[in-house]
Write a protein that binds this ligand. Structure first.
Ligand code: CU
Length: 169
């Protein structure tokens, strides 16, 4: 009986250590998202970098069902009611807006969020060609409409319904 308890504690400890190791694996930052343009959107976006790979993880509520453009914007200023203060897409290499998996894209181009019938969305994706360091102090913007991944300069994704400034943890 005693051996079983020891084993159980050992397994539990290993599980907890594993979880912690994942959470503390590298530098990270987050952007608490605030509603803009009269929306009811709320959410949080986290960026983490490990082995030269930048990952974004996001969760949102209060969206309209369907797809929504989702980008890193140049300025870390969400103060305008329509989030226009965040300026355009973060675009360090002066390329055209494009699909997030292509080479011809803005550094801030990311996959669309896809909201379910309840208006909730989750996303986990790699952000190519951008480091965590260079996006600190910039912003994340969610749009009312889908990014078509080709219209210039921002994929024709409409109003800015949420905005958050990216800050290091
Ligand atoms: Cu945008």
């Amino acid at each position: 009986m005693k051996n079983h308890v020891v084993l159980a504690v050992g397994v539990l400890t290993a599980t907890l250590l594993g979880a912690c190791a994942t959470g503390l694996s590298g530098p990270s930052a987050s952007a608490p998202m605030a509603a803009r343009s009269g929306s009811a959107v709320s959410g949080n976006v986290t960026f983490s970098e490990q082995g030269g790979v930048l990952r974004v993880q996001a969760q949102f509520a209060g969206l309209t069902p369907g797809e929504h453009g989702f980008h890193i914007h140049e300025a870390g200023d969400c103060s305008a009611p329509d989030a226009s203060s965040a300026k355009g897409h973060y675009n360090p290499t002066a390329k055209s807006h494009g699909h997030h998996d292509s080479d011809n894209r803005h550094g801030g181009d990311m996959p669309n969020l896809s909201a379910n019938a309840q208006g909730e969305a989750r996303l986990s994706a790699e952000v190519k060609g951008v480091t965590l360091k260079e996006i600190l102090g910039r912003s994340v913007v969610v749009h009312a409409d889908p990014d078509d991944y080709k219209s210039q300069p921002a994929g024709n994704s409409g109003k800015r319904v949420a905005c958050g400034v990216i800050a290091a943890h």
